[in-house]
Design a protein around this ligand. Structure first.
Ligand SMILES: [Zn+2]
Length: 245
């Protein structure tokens, strides 16, 4: 038997009385757990609940078996629907990344901080979602040098980006021949990208509109996909984006 801490990111009914839990575990990263008979208990397991679990190891590559679960922190409630949607998007992002057991603790802390932060935030949670994305890149060792131009190397800030994870400066963008290859960023969008590492200080002054949301989402997804050579799609991100007009 094995005691460990984890956050339930998904709950799937399995039979009349059982459910499968998709858990982000602080020691093992993403695991699947079968909770036999738990659907009939008085205290249902919470999606986005942080628990101390008592688990039986799976026999082979299968499911862990839940023995006991004690709620430590409830991350299932948020001040607004848009913030809740940001929690969903962050959870989906973390569930899509291949994380080894040795890295699990760092990613777990990231997820825990993210959900704690969102519980105090009513508006503009997408900014914190992008910050999470940036922090994930850092942990993955693919931190983008957002201010550095991929063509001339100047640190003028990104004026445009490409699907091949290049960010380029204003002067280079004005000279490129194949402009369709790049997505131009407005001053406000550049500003968001530059301030992202410390965006927590600017949550009241920056209100991204629908265009900024679409472009910056596209930037993060394209950067991930180009670096990992694997397409990343997040269904919950389109839900989150609908809150920005
Ligand atoms: Zn340049």
């Amino acid at each position: 038997m094995n005691k460990s801490i984890g956050i339930i990111l998904g709950l799937i009914p399995y039979s009349e009385s059982s459910q499968i839990l998709k858990v982000f575990n602080a020691e093992k990263a993403q695991i699947s757990v079968i909770a036999k008979g738990w659907r009939k208990k008085q205290e249902p397991l919470l999606r986005f609940g942080e628990y101390e679990f008592n688990l039986f190891e799976p026999k082979e590559e299968g499911l862990y078996i839940l023995k006991e679960a004690g709620l430590l922190q409830d991350f299932s409630q948020y001040p607004s629907t848009s913030t809740w949607a940001a929690a969903e998007a962050g959870a989906e992002l973390l569930s899509k990344i291949l994380i080894s057991a040795s890295e699990a603790g760092e990613y777990y802390a990231l997820l825990h901080n993210y959900l704690s932060y969102l519980q105090k935030l009513e508006n503009n949670a997408i900014l914190i979602f992008w910050r999470l994305f940036l922090r994930v890149f850092k942990l993955m060792g693919i931190n983008p040098e957002l201010n550095k131009c991929s063509i001339c190397g100047s640190d003028d800030g990104p004026a445009a980006f490409s699907g091949a994870s290049e960010t380029i400066c204003k002067s280079c963008f004005s000279q490129v021949i194949n402009r369709d290859y790049y997505v131009a960023l407005s001053l406000e969008e550049r500003n968001i990208l530059s301030l992202l590492p410390e965006i927590g200080k600017h949550l009241d002054s920056i209100i991204p509109d629908a265009e900024a949301v679409n472009k910056l989402n596209a930037f993060f997804l394209a950067y991930y996909s180009a670096q990992q050579k694997q397409t990343l799609k997040l269904k919950s991100l389109s839900v989150l984006s609908q809150f920005y007009h």
